[in-house]
Each structure stands twice: as C-alpha cells, then as structure tokens.
Design a protein around this ligand. Structure first.
Ligand SMILES: *Cc1c(COP(=O)(O)O)cnc(C)c1O
Length: 422
C-alpha cells in the first residue's frame, strides 16, 4: 500500500461483523478462565492482554498503523513524546552509559537528556550536527550506546543529515534513534535512510487537532543487537524478572519492543489511555491530506515574511535561500512541515506587541495542529532570561515561532499583514 492508503486503512482490520471504527477497549484488565492461561501471559509464553499499564488492544491497533507508516517491525505508544524519547534510549542505555545527540533538538528533550537522565547516570552529549563526520566520530566512546537527532528540529527547523549519522552510529556499533515528529512519515521515512528506531510526539501532526498528548516508538528491526552483545546486555543476557529469558534470542526482531513493554511499561507506566489512542487514530486517517496543506501554507507565509521590512530573518528549509534547503530536498522532497521561525526587528516588547495584534492566529504553547499559532520564546518559554542570556541560548529577542495551520494561506498572510501595519 502507498502511504496515503496506509493512513486510512492501516492498523485495524475488522473481521466479519466487527465494528468499522477502532473499538475502544476501555478496560484496565482482562478475565481468564484458568490460572494456567494467566500464568503463561506473565511468563511471555503466550500472547494476550492482562493489564493496561503494559498493553491494551486499542493502543496496539493505533501503534500498528504508525508502525506500517514508518515501515517498521514493531511500535509502542506512550503517554507523551517525552516518554517516547526517554523509553527509546532507556531501553538500551543505563547508568554509566553515554549517548550522542544533536544539539538542535526540542527544549523539553534537551532538559530530559541533560538534566533528568544525567541524574540517572546517563550522559547525553550534545553535538553540533553540522560538524564534519570525522569530528563527530571522535566523540564516540566505548560506553556510547546510541545516537539521537530530530529529522526537523523544534523550533529551529534544522534538517538532520540522517545518512551521515546512520553511517557514524553503525561504524561504532550503535543504533541511530530519530525523532520524526515534524515531517511525519508522510514527508520522511527515516528507516529508508538508515535510522534504526524512530520516535514521535503524536501530540503534534499525527493527532493534528490539539486534542490529545501521546508518543510513539517504532523499531525498524534492522539493528542486530547480538552482533554487539557486549554493548546491549539488557537485550542479550537473561532477564531474571522473566525466568531468565534472553530477549534477542526469544523474540528476534521483536526483542527491542518486547523488552520495552515487559520492563519499562511494567515498571514505569507512561501508558496512553485507550480513548487517547482512539482520538489519535482519527487524526491519522487524514494525516496525508493535512501535511501537504501545512507545508504549502508555511511556504507562502515564509515567502511573505521575507518581503517584510520589519523582519530580520526567516528560517524555513522549504525556502531556496535556507542553508538546509539541499538537505530538505534530499530527505523531504514532498515538503517539510508547517513550522517556521522568524525574527522581527526591535526589542522583545516590539515582538510581543506584534503578536498581540494578531487576530485569529493565536498565541499558544503548541505547534503542528490544524490552527495557525505563534509563540514568542522571549515572552513565554524563556521569559526569565535577560537579553544577554537569550543571546547566549541562541534565542534572539525577536524570535517568533509560527506553526502554519490548514486554513487558507491568504487569510494567514492577511492577519500577519494587518499586525505589521499596526
Ligand atoms: C513536542 C515534541 C516532543 C515532546 O512531545 P510531548 O508530546 O509534548 O511530550 C518531542 N520531540 C519533538 C520534536 C517535539 O516537537
């Protein structure tokens, strides 16, 4: 099936007389007739459900559509994108380990990596993704367990050179984990470029309506854990909490996702609610229709902004003048995403006054849903920082993040135009 058909038809395959839409299994638990049957589930000897903290059929059905869209062998939903990125790494790294990550990543992920995971003893080192390959190669250590990057970074919209980082990761015996939230599999499928694991904040385009938070982790099945058994003991040595099973031996290509459910979901939770998955499933049915409009609108807005005297610069990889345009054409020939960043000239108060004048384009801590919205980091997420600190953090005072929705682009441009005039 082509990607558009998978958005509509992937996942739920109803049998004769079954509901056409995905059933919501709003139940924490399942009933069994014999103690033996239940026991086998606990030993991972038989497939089946017993408790929603670990697995739920509605969640698995929606995860399976995302798995199909990315072209992977297994997928797990989580309660947020934060949980997805944490689990994706914590499933293969532990205290004493090191992970290399691109520095151009979402602020929430950067906090998770450099503050919270550091407290857990995992050192995530941030690197400039534009450094030459030989420079990045020097940063690998014997205890490096993974490489991480965002296909399109939030909020800078920088393009991650997936092939370059896949080569580096594989030359050092570790998987490449790519957060594919912004392009979605409609615009980029990182497995086709060598990524091993893909993560998502499904809160963004996949849900698409700003209705429910969620995340997803997809395994390509391509990384051979047994070839690097010494690096990944969690997958290649016995798990005493399951009578000594070895995930890589027993589950083959399903090892990574099975361990993620059996250990991380069991011990940490972060399971999405079945109703949340149902809403995500509705969003996924139109993802292929919405993404092209988001991209088309963002490009029109970006082109308009480049003509305004009030605007200092515009960051959008869809613009021919953007330094990442060639990479964007390579990895996302059909378009990138609806998010762009630009800076208005003047002080942070000027930028605040500009966004206050916007009418239907609203001020929100969000991106990537059907409605156009803006955020001014110097007034919102980074408001505690001084002008000097803002400059040091690479967040100019005038920087505005705009997420183009799926309205008529002329109306978005007109709203910006009247705000500039004011
Ligand atoms: C929003 C976002 C996250 C975090 O997702 P939540 O669903 O908000 O937890 C992770 N990565 C990227 C690229 C994001 O945009």
């Amino acid at each position: 099936m082509k990607i558009d058909t998978m958005c509509v038809q992937g996942g739920w395959q109803p049998g004769n007389g079954q509901p056409r839409q995905i059933p919501v299994y709003q139940s924490t638990t399942w009933r069994y007739s014999t103690s033996e049957e239940m026991g086998k589930l606990f030993d991972l000897e038989a497939p089946g459900y017993f408790y929603t903290r670990l697995q739920n059929p509605t969640n698995d059905i929606v995860a399976d559509k995302i798995r199909a869209l990315e072209g992977g062998v297994g997928a797990i939903l989580t309660s947020s994108g934060q949980a997805a990125n944490f689990y994706a790494l914590f499933n293969i790294a532990q205290a004493g380990d090191h992970v290399l990550s691109a520095a151009s990543i979402y602020g929430g992920t950067s906090n998770l990596f450099t503050v919270t995971m550091k407290k857990m003893g995992i050192e995530v080192e941030l690197v400039d993704q534009n450094l030459p390959e030989e420079e990045i190669a020097k940063k690998f250590r014997p205890n490096t367990k993974a490489v991480f990057g965002e296909t399109l970074s939030n909020p800078g919209v920088r393009v991650f050179d997936i092939e370059k980082f896949a080569r580096l990761a594989h030359a050092h015996g570790v998987p490449l984990v790519v957060d594919n939230t912004f392009p979605t599999p409609v615009n980029c499928r990182p497995f086709e470029w060598g990524a091993d694991i893909v993560t998502h904040s499904t809160t963004k385009y996949m849900d698409g309506h700003a209705a429910t938070t969620g995340g997803a982790i997809v395994d390509s099945g391509n990384f051979d854990w047994t070839l690097h058994a010494d690096k990944f003991p969690g997958l290649t040595t016995p798990d005493e909490s399951y009578h000594g099973i070895v995930y890589a031996d027993k589950f083959g290509k399903g090892a990574y996702t099975t361990k993620l459910v059996a250990q991380l979901m069991r011990d940490l939770g972060s399971q999405v609610s079945p109703f949340g998955s149902f809403i995500l499933g509705l969003g996924l049915e139109t993802l292929h229709l919405r993404m092209p409009r988001h991209c088309e609108n963002a490009l029109k807005v970006a082109r308009f902004l480049t003509t305004r005297p009030e605007v200092e610069w515009v960051n959008y990889p869809g613009l021919e003048s953007d330094p990442d345009h060639a990479l964007a054409r390579k990895y996302m020939p059909g378009g990138t995403c609806g998010v762009l960043a630009f800076a208005v000239k003047g002080t942070r108060e000027d930028a605040g006054r500009f966004i206050d004048r916007l009418k239907f384009v609203s001020i929100e801590t969000h991106v990537a849903d059907s409605r156009t919205c803006v955020l001014h980091p110097a007034s919102h997420t980074h408001r505690q920082l001084s002008s000097k600190q803002l400059a040091e953090a690479g967040v100019p005072e005038g920087l505005i993040r705009l997420s183009a929705g799926i309205e008529d682009a002329d109306d978005i441009v007109a709203d910006l135009e009247q705000a500039f005039a004011g």
